[in-house]
Ligand binder design. Sequence first.
Ligand SMILES: [Fe+2]
Ligand SMILES: [Zn+2]
Length: 346
Amino acid sequence: MSDDQEIFYVCSCYYTHNIFLSQFSLHVTYIDDETFSKNWRQILKNKGCTSDEAYTDVLKQVKTEVERRKSLGHKYLERRQKISEGYTPLHPNIYKLQTSYLSPKFLELVEVSKQDSTSKENLLKRINIEKGERIYSFPMFTEEFCHLFKEEIEHFEGTDLPKGRPNTMNNYGVLMNELGFDKDFITPLRLSYITPITRLLYPDWGGDSLDSHKAFVVKYKIGEDLSLNYHYDNAEVTVNLSLESDFSEGSLYFGGMRHLRLEETECTEYCHKPTHGLIHRGQHMHGALPISHGERYNLIIWMRSSRVRNKLCPMCDRKPQLIKTVGFGDGFTKTEKQTVDVCCAL
Ligand SMILES: [Fe+2]
Ligand SMILES: [Zn+2]
């Protein structure tokens, strides 16, 4: 089924789980005030949230985040509409993927991957094998394309048009679907170029059936977001591409797969190379070290396989409880006999 026909959903845990409190580097769950107090008050106290006033502020912060998530669907549609009517792209040509934007080396990897049964060996001979388990990198776009793309993002950032946050942990950046890059750029990139490679590298993570994505550009800058806490992605496979090299430090570090604490694993580091994509399993825990100078723009593509995630939601470890939304949602699809709740916000 094509992307246009498939209907995607979010799991109900999106409105209750994984609410990030950056001041405590803590993800919490909220169902109601009483349960929250029972589950989190002592933990927050241990982290320095001792007074009643401070606790009330945290509770307010959590509830605001829940409300933000509930209104995300229609807010997205509003923003998309305003942007498509009010934004004049700086480089309109780059909104439609062309082969010429891609690095010849990347095209070679795609071709090799599409060949016969020896493809995987041939791919592994050509792709950069990074430190850490099943982490790879490769030149992805041309320098020229990365430059134009970064200019486009900066141009959009300079407007006063509304902008959604990329995810719950990054405060600065641009969502690719809101800007209009999804249909003719990210979707064909995923289907025609990335999937032949992920089919060989991550068949156990749905690398052969990545049927939706969430793509965004994140920005790290002195005075804004500098680093990113240790986390896993809401994705089966992630591509992380560094656009240009106007920054110092800010490497990525990888630990173990999720459920393993940072202290229990040995970390490896990856230093971003401009125009190169880094590819890893979404549930491979990682974080970004602080940049010490300049600014860094990365294009992140979270790719989802409904075949894999329909069995278990990676964010709550339960069978997903489907809720209707707009666009790709969180990449779940309806399997037989599953019921769907309609989110009150839509
Ligand atoms: Fe991430
Ligand atoms: Zn869930």
